[in-house]
Design a protein around this ligand. Structure first.
Ligand code: ADP
Ligand code: MG
Length: 369
């Protein structure tokens, strides 16, 4: 009966809760790559090497030359909600790091075989190799030869979630495409990191897919990743948008001041026939954080189409604004971002983009005449 059914309400055991939540943080191959790369960036690395075996189905390994992890933190590094980056909710507003929730390593322990090899400056040439239980508790520590930095290896992703593992196997081609597009984004925006990505098939030699030089401009990164031909078809993007207050609620302080937003990057020339671009060559960032901004993408594409409706543009756009003006804590994978006063921003963006394309159209027709 219904009464009996309701009487059975009880708390899910901790282990199951951990499993359920982990599956929301690490949803696919992209989430693994994203979390590991962002941890490396947060550690202050200037070299990041991403290595796949069998397109990640066997393993994903990210090696950096960052700070390393202190031995005092070995036992808590993969515990849920243990982080060195945030201690209370209010810190989120001024956040400078990619990570802040202390969920990635914990989730990876629940969904894969995780190994962390780490070494701080003063310990080199000795480091430690750490293994973990599914709960995130430290299982073993072994002394190994190592240089300053951290290597995180994720093997057998989703081995204990059979449905998701099957989906991953089945969709690996599409997943792999997304992973490479994501890595392209990090490699492009990280001007002070020497970034490399390689893949080793089940049978055969390791192949370097792309790399950047470190200490390069975004222009140089684009050349290294997409080629000089791609760069030649781009114009620099540097829009200064002054957003007037929309002033609906006087109690909301942030809405009563006008604020500046800068959009910096590169975009296709409006001219026809400059080379076809595919949708994965549209990259958006908020203060250097790769994220999906569908509304912004739509505005760019629509304005571009009014100049050139035969192709879609290459877009590399970093939206630079005060950390008070957006919220990254919207979705577990932090890809979605809530922008303050987005409609106002989009209107202003459309106007400035048109102005930019107008000046370039002029210069093209003058050159042609
Ligand atoms: P978060 O990034 O939100 O703090 P994570 O689970 O991704 O949570 O990482 C937990 C902690 O492990 C981090 O706060 C950091 O102290 C440490 N850590 C993880 N990866 C690295 C790395 N590559 N280099 C140095 N420290 C790391
Ligand atoms: Mg992290």
């Amino acid at each position: 009966t219904l009464v009996e059914f309701m009487a059975t309400i009880k708390q899910i055991d901790g282990r199951s809760v951990h499993q359920i939540q982990s599956g929301q943080v690490i949803v696919d191959l992209c989430s693994v790559v994203k979390e590991l790369v962002e941890n490396s960036v947060d550690s202050g690395a200037t070299i990041i090497d991403v290595r796949f075996k069998n397109q990640g189905l066997d393993s994903i390994e990210v090696q950096d030359n960052g700070s390393g992890i202190s031995p005092a933190n070995y036992s808590s590094v993969a515990l849920k909600h243990y982080t060195s980056k945030l201690s209370s909710y209010s810190d989120i507003e001024s956040l400078q790091t990619f990570g802040f929730r202390g969920e990635a390593l914990a989730s990876l322990c629940a969904l894969s075989i995780l190994t962390v090899t780490t070494c701080q400056e003063e310990e080199a040439p000795k480091g430690s190799k750490l293994t973990f239980h599914q709960s995130g508790e430290l299982d073993s520590t072994t002394v190994v030869a190592a240089q300053r930095g951290t290597t995180v290896a994720v093997e057998n992703l989703f081995h204990n979630l059979p449905v998701r593992r099957r989906e991953l196997d089945r969709n690996i081609k599409r997943e792999w495409h997304k992973v490479i597009a994501l890595l392209n984004q990090y490699a492009c925006i990280l001007t002070n990191v020497k970034f490399s990505v390689s893949q080793q098939p089940t049978k055969g030699k390791r192949i370097l897919l792309f790399s950047t030089k470190g200490n390069a401009t975004t222009r140089e990164n684009i050349i290294n990743i997409f080629g000089a031909k791609t760069l030649a078809a781009l114009i620099p993007l540097d829009l200064h948008l002054e957003l007037k207050p929309s002033g609906t609620r006087s109690s909301d302080k942030s809405a009563s001041n006008s604020h500046d937003v800068r959009i910096v990057g590169h975009v296709s020339k409006p001219a026809h026939g400059e080379g076809r671009q595919t949708p994965d060559r549209q990259m958006f960032f908020v203060n250097g954080r790769p994220c999906s901004l569908p509304q912004l993408a739509k505005a760019f594409n629509e304005v571009y189409r009014s100049y050139n409706n035969s192709q879609s543009p290459f877009i590399f756009a970093d939206v630079q604004l005060d950390t008070m003006l957006y919220d990254v804590n919207v979705s577990p994978d932090k890809r979605s971002i809530l922008l303050h006063d987005q409609n106002n921003l989009l209107d202003t963006l459309r106007t400035s983009l048109s102005e930019l394309f107008d000046t370039h159209e002029d210069s093209i027709s003058i050159a042609a005449s």
